[in-house]
Every structure is written in C-alpha cells, then in structure tokens.
Design a binder for this molecule. Structure first.
Ligand code: 26V
Length: 825
C-alpha cells in the first residue's frame, strides 16, 4: 500500500470543539432524561438511542423549516403511495447527510463509546421486499435533497421482511422484529387517525350520483411520521406510515362474561392489517388480508391528503394543481376508485368532475411485466370487501369501454383485452388496467422496459392512449450508495476532482481523464482492496471461511428468482471448477463467487437454488486443488446493510437476468457507481449502463429480449442446445446425479429434469455466451492496467443514475413541480 492511500481515509474537516461539547451534553441529557439511564450503567443500545435522539433534534429543525416553507409558498406536493419502503439503517446516513459523522464520533469517544460499535446495533428497517421498496426509499431521500415537497405513505409493519438463516444449506425463515426496542426515529400522531371501512352495504341517494356506503367493519389507521433528511440538511421529506388499530380494542362485556378471547377478536383482526409485510415480490398474494392492507393504506393516505389540501386551499377542485399522487406499482391502485368515492360520496361532486380531478392528480409506475406479478383480484372478493368500490370500478370500465367503442381505434380494438375485468379467469379486476385508465401518466422504469410495456402487456391500452406511457429510468441515491457505503472512494474522488462532486454528482465525469493514470489507478485499487478486506472479515465471522482479498470478487446479490438466474451463475461456476481441476496449473484468474439473497418462502425452486449454491460451496471450498483459485460463499440474510458492505468490495457485478424480464434493476447502478464492472444481459437499465460506460467497459452476453421472445415462441429442443454447448452436459449430469449432494443424490434431479424439459429462462440457451463473457472478464483481470481503467470508467460515467436525476424527471414531466435539480447529470 502506498503512502498516498493512507490519506484517503474519510477526511471530513475537524469538528469545532464547541460542536463536540454541545453534542456530548445533548447525548447525555437524552440518555438521562429521555431514557432514564445513568451513563455508568448505559449499554451500547442506550447510547445508540440517545445519540439518535440528539441527532433527531437537528433533523426536526430542518424538517419544520422545509415543511413550513413549502406550505407558506402554497407549493404543489407529491404524495408517494408505496406498500414498501426498504429503508435499511438510518443513523449513519443521517449523520453523513448532516456532515456530523466526525462530530458524533468525537462526542461519543468522550463518553467512552465507539461510534463504529453502536452503528451496527440499529435494526435494518426492511419494510420491503427488494427493488421496488428500495427505490421508494432512494426517492424519499432525493426529494428531500432536491427540494421537491414530498410525503411518502406506506404501512408501518410490525414485522418487516423475514430473517434468513442458512441451516444445512437450506433457507430457514424467522420473523423480523425491528420494533422490539422502540423506534427512536418515529413520531406517533394519535390525532391523525382515520376510519377505514370494510364490507357492509350500499344505498343510492335519490337524485344524485352519491351512494351511502355503510361499512360492516371499521378500523383506525394511526399515523407514524419519520423525517427523511436530505444532503447537507438542505431539506427533509416525511415518511408517514399507517398502523391499524381496532375501534374497540377490548369488548369489556364479553370479557366480563368470561369470553376472554372473544373480547379481543376485533383487536386482533384489525391489528393483523399492519402486522406483517407480504414476503413475496412476484407470486400472487391472493389472500384477503393483502387486499385489506392495500385498501387500508390507500384510503388512509387519500383521506389524509384531502384533509391537508382542503385545510390549505379550501377547494377540492384545485387538487390536480396542488397534489400529485404517485402509485408505486398497482398495490395502491384502489386509489383510483377511492378518490372517486371520496369526491362523489363525501364531497358531492358529479361523476365527470370527479373523474377529471382523479386522473389529473394520479400517475402510476409499473415495475414488472411478469404475468404472475400483475395483480388481479376476484370481483367477488372486492364486492364483498369493498362494495362501493366495485360499483365505481364497473362504472369506470363502462365509461372507458364506451369511449373505446366511439373512438377511431374501435375496429382494431379488442374490448376483452382492454376491459378492467378479466373474464377469462373467473372475473377478476386487472389492477394495472385500473391504474392505467385512472392516471394521466404511466411510466416504466428503464428505456427497454417502457418499450416492452408499449409492445406487450399495455399494447391495447397504449393504442387508445398513445401519449400516456413515458419512461423514467430508475435512480439510486449517491449519498447512501457512494458517500455512505464507500467513504474512502468518496474521499479519493473529492481529493482528485474536487469536494463539490458531492453536491453535483455529474462532476464524477471529471474522473475520466484519470482512468489511465497509473498513480490514480493504484489509489483506486487500494481502496477496493481495503473494502475487500473488510468484507473478508465478515465472511470469516459469518461462515468461518478465510478468503483472499486479492481474488476477483464476483457478486450476485438480489432476490433469488428463476428469471434473475442465480442458477446460470452457479452452473457456470461448476464448469469453471471442473476446468480448474482439469488443468490446475494454468494461470486462472482467482475468483470469489459471492451470492446473497432471499427466496419467497413458498418459492420451491428458488429455495432449491439456494441449497445448490451452498452445496457447491461446500464441495469447492474444501477442495485443495482449487483452493486459491475458486471459492464460493452464500452470505445469509441479505438486506440493505449487507448490500452496503458487499457493493464497494466487488470487482464484478452479476446482472444476468433473462432479457426482457428485469424491469430495470437498481443494484446494477450501485455496483457500477462504485466501479464494479458489469457482466450482464441487455436487460433493464443494463442497456443504459452500456450506453454510458461504452461497450468496452461492460461484458454483455446472451440473447436479446427479442431473441428470447422468439425462442419462447418456438423453442429448440433442449437436448440440441445441450449437445452443442461445451461442458454443459457434464455440468448438468454432475448436479443431477448428486455430485454436490452426496448425502442426498436425488436432491437436484427434479431441478435439472425441469430444465431439460423447458428452458423458459434461457439458462441452457445463454450458457455458452455467458461462459465466454466470463472468460473475457478473467482475461481483462489479468491485465491490471486495463482492468482498473474499465473500473474507473464505470464510476466516472454513472452519475446519471442518481435518483436526483430520476426525481427531477418525475417532478418536471409527471408531477409538474419545480425541483432544485436543474442540471442534467
Ligand atoms: C408484486 C407483488 C405481486 C403480489 C404479491 C406481492 C407483490 C409484491 C411486489 C410486487 C411487485 C414487484 C415488482 C418489483 O419489485 N419490481 C422491481 O422494481 C425495481 C424498481 O423499479 C426494478 O429495478 C426491478 O427490476 C423490478 O424487478
């Protein structure tokens, strides 16, 4: 390690003595008076809470100021409705955004506490499954940073995404419990509680469009607010999460007559709504509880935003001028019917006025085209649970189909495919159609995905509304994913291209001229090395395995899914393993294969793939022939914090989904921004990463989405594909016959038999091309100068993927709200 590197430790200006002393006093005060603990007996956990409370005071000042300011100017606000917010930890992020990390470190040191020791104690708030939820969290931070007045609405789940353990190679789930110690970030707002109705009956009000809905059941939605602070404390957004509570938590009469369980039934039934996050991101969650969750948070949010709007602007007709409602996928799609209901039944507007307000305010983002993830609900279920909404949905559908019949497109139009009701599968409401028809703008999340929306799932609707679909390619917040996760790289970049890169991320391009500079390359490489050493320590702790940080760290970390093709990766790993064993003395590029990710608890094949990765790991890691050339690890319990550790330590980023299936991906952007080189298909935002970094700086392989579509139309015999693909037959045979599962030789027979029957995800079809791309990666690695040039080029070209840019595009083109993000990155 050279001398220059030593000084690439985070180099924040030394905090003023008075600041440190002030913070020491605030933390001590909080410990004593808010937690009732004496410093002499305080545990690390108490110090963490006291520190968060002290920091929170500073955030509240910003929060109040920016909220007040936006109200004072009568600004339009965005309400971001999302069933998921995958926040992760907040303490380090908030400290960094307020430039208080060093002040906090020194203040705690004076109290005998180590900041690095207390940070990991904070629970990783996992109120989301994956990409969709993390995107919502990045956007909250970017609205705060760029000054877009924003309130995010969601559910305050008692239990977030399950915890994953790997026991004997299998995924074992246990409940997550992020609230078990109190959550110091949130404020309960008992005064902001709304009644949410379910069931019951409807009666028409004579001579008007109004209907009286008398729900058979009601629950309360109670608000919990959390401030989200922007970069340099420039602003703060609000995350408002709803918790379900019974209107009558205890039926005392029942209790008194001895029916102790019965006395609590209403309470349990109500509280169940905000009890647990549905742990699947694709398979249909057809259960009634899921629909109750969706309506619960949608209704509470709309009632709340209407109340705020009326309080300030008095006139509900001004809603589209002052309010933008963004639907994060179809989970809040009932908003279309609920807003119509509130406007017509509660505010006495007529249908057409209500409709123009609704469509003027609402817009919808689609995040997946996978047929199994497109939500539909049985008409019978909606009729029973939300009778008034079913009436409204039918009326919207009638009006819409009428318009189609009268339009020029009439002859070409296929009414059955346009209808909000799918009549093929026992009458179901297509939530994507409801969201589409009820929105002024519908967006996809990458250029490719948006085009596929127009050509496939939404083609009939697109024909009717050719202007409605637009693209906003996803983004990620550089604060968490570069400055926070990789402070050393941030310090290096600030040093070489100027501090202001942290305020204007587009300046990252100034690193480009340094990409070939040997001295810069060395500093860049040294930082990667330190990050890899840190990850190696975690691997040692978690798995007891020693890994060599000079190996190529090759990471695939994301939800486990057939379309994401961890299976392809592990099969290729086996081919590599065999090749090394066959010629142990060649100059192999030493690789560490890193996997992490959760499988939905009912997704059998995904769980089997986890099992296979672990089985392969135990064979490979115990083989002395391949000892220093190949290692395989599966890190348990993937979450935001683990991503923050792995990404800055990775050399290679695996983005290998079947083309056409990954709507965007956002992990791909996080890796590239940190200088990891992508091996990937032309899918989602990979296409746009290639456009930016240039085709020499990304390893693209596999069928294109058009080729995949054709192959799926008329598949070739898999035996033919296998026969003409070198090594593939041997790999499949080894897995199928138990080479990696000696104690249970049949374990993977079914998995391989399924693959031989139907290569839906192009694992066989893309194998050869993937293997060739991996070989090109290995060759590039051996040319150290070329490798680091590629790596640095990735960082230099990826600022466009900042969520400030993405939020700026939403603000300008969809929400029509001015933001401070004027400069294109
Ligand atoms: C669908 C369903 C279906 C019913 C069961 C519960 C459930 C939960 C979530 C979803 C939607 C999943 C869609 C999703 O997460 N899409 C991901 O969105 C990311 C942000 O746009 C994008 O980067 C990923 O490519 C995309 O897979």
């Amino acid at each position: 390690m050279n001398d220059q590197t030593i000084d690439t430790a985070p180099r924040a200006a030394a905090p003023a003595e008075s600041e440190v002393a002030q913070l020491v006093s605030e933390i001590t005060k909080r410990l004593t008076y808010s937690l009732g603990k004496d410093p002499s007996v305080a545990q690390n956990h108490d110090w963490l809470t006291a520190s968060i409370l002290a920091l929170r005071d500073r955030i509240i000042d910003v929060w109040r100021r920016s909220t007040k300011e936006s109200y004072a100017h009568g600004r339009k606000r965005v309400y971001y409705l999302s069933l998921e917010f995958l926040i992760g930890r907040s303490f380090a992020d908030a400290l960094s955004n307020l430039q208080m990390t060093e002040t906090m470190r020194q203040a705690l040191a004076r109290l005998g506490v180590d900041l690095d020791a207390i940070e990991p104690i904070e629970p990783d708030a996992a109120l989301g499954n994956g990409g969709l939820g993390r995107l919502a969290a990045c956007y909250m931070e970017s609205t705060a940073t760029t000054g877009v007045p924003c309130l995010g609405y969601g559910i305050r789940y008692d239990h977030g995404l399950f915890k994953q353990q790997i026991i004997d190679g299998h995924q074992v789930e246990s409940p997550e419990d992020w609230l078990s110690f109190r959550n110091p970030w949130e404020f309960e707002r008992r005064e902001s509680a709304y009644q949410i109705g379910f069931g019951g009956s409807c009666a028409a009000v004579n001579g008007s469009a109004q209907v009286n809905w008398t729900p058979g059941e009601r629950v309360f939605a109670v608000a919990y607010d959390t401030p989200v602070i922007g970069w340099r404390g420039s602003g703060a957004s609000t995350l408002r999460l709803w918790r379900a509570q019974a209107v009558h938590p205890l039926h005392l009469e029942m209790f008194n007559t001895g029916d102790h369980m019965g006395a609590l039934t209403e309470r349990y039934r109500a509280e169940a709504i905000s009890n647990v996050l549905y742990p699947s991101d694709t398979s249909p969650a057809g259960q009634e509880l899921r629909l109750r969750q969706e309506y619960f948070f949608t209704s509470a949010s709309l009632q709340d935003l209407l109340r705020r709007h009326l309080k300030q602007f008095k006139d509900v007709r001004l809603l589209p001028d002052k309010v933008a409602i963004q639907l994060n996928d179809t989970h809040p799609a009932l908003a279309v019917a609920e807003l119509m209901r509130l406007l017509i039944d509660d505010h006495q507007l007529d249908w057409s006025e209500a409709w123009s307000i609704t469509t003027g305010a609402i817009s919808y983002t689609n995040h997946t085209l996978l047929p199994e993830a497109l939500e539909t609900w049985p008409v019978s279920l909606i009729e029973r649970l939300l009778p008034r909404h079913m009436q409204i949905i039918f009326a919207i559908n009638a009006q819409f189909l009428d318009l189609v019949r009268r339009s020029d497109e009439h002859h070409a139009a296929d009414l059955a495919s346009l209808s909000l009701i799918d009549e093929q599968n026992g009458r179901r409401v297509r939530m994507s159609h409801l969201a589409f028809v009820g929105s002024h703008t519908v967006n996809g999340v990458s250029a490719l995905h948006t085009n596929l929306m127009r050509q496939t799932v939404f083609a009939p609707l697109h024909k009717i509304y050719p202007q409605r679909i637009t693209n906003v390619t996803n983004g990620i917040t550089p604060r968490r994913w570069l400055f926070g996760a990789n402070p050393k790289l941030t310090a290096l970049l600030s040093d070489v291209i100027g501090e202001d890169v942290t305020d204007d991320i587009s300046r990252l391009s100034k690193a480009l001229p340094h990409a070939r500079d040997a001295a810069f390359q060395e500093r860049f490489a040294d930082i990667r090395r330190l990050n890899k050493e840190r990850l190696a320590r975690t691997i040692k702790q978690e798995l007891g395995l020693t890994v060599d940080p000079t190996m190529l760290f090759d990471a695939q970390i994301k939800r486990i899914h057939e379309y994401k093709r961890q299976f392809l990766n592990i099969l290729e790993t086996i081919a590599l393993y065999d090749a090394i064993r066959a010629e142990p003395y060649r100059d192999w590029t030493p690789r560490l294969k890193i996997f992490a990710g959760k499988a939905a608890s009912t997704y059998h094949s995904a769980k089997l793939i986890i099992n296979l990765i672990n089985d392969v790991a135990s064979v490979v890691n115990n083989d002395i022939t391949t000892r220093d050339r190949l290692k395989v690890v599966f890190l348990p319990n993937y979450n935001v914090s683990l991503a923050e550790l792995v990404i800055p330590a990775s050399d290679l980023s695996e983005q290998i989904s079947t083309a056409g299936m990954e709507a965007s991906g956002t992990g791909n952007m996080k890796f590239a921004l940190n200088g990891a080189v992508t091996i990937g298909t032309l899918d989602g935002a990979n296409v746009e990463i290639r456009e930016r970094v240039g085709e020499d700086n990304i390893f693209v392989f596999g069928k294109t989405s058009a080729e995949v579509a054709r192959e799926r139309e008329a598949p070739r015999a898999t035996e033919e594909v296998i026969a003409e693909t070198p090594y593939l037959a041997d790999v499949l045979e080894a897995v199928a016959t138990g080479a990696f599962s000696p104690t249970d030789r049949n374990r993977y027979a079914g998995l391989i038999a399924d693959l031989r029957r139907d290569d839906r995800f192009m694992v066989l079809n893309d194998f050869r091309s993937y293997r060739d791309a991996q070989r090109r990666v290995s060759e590039r690695w051996l040319d150290r100068r070329a490798w680091w040039e590629t790596s640095i080029t990735n960082t230099a070209h990826c600022s466009w993927f900042s969520s400030d840019r993405a939020v700026g595009e939403y603000a300008e083109r969809i929400w029509r709200i001015p933001s401070r993000e004027a400069k294109p990155a």
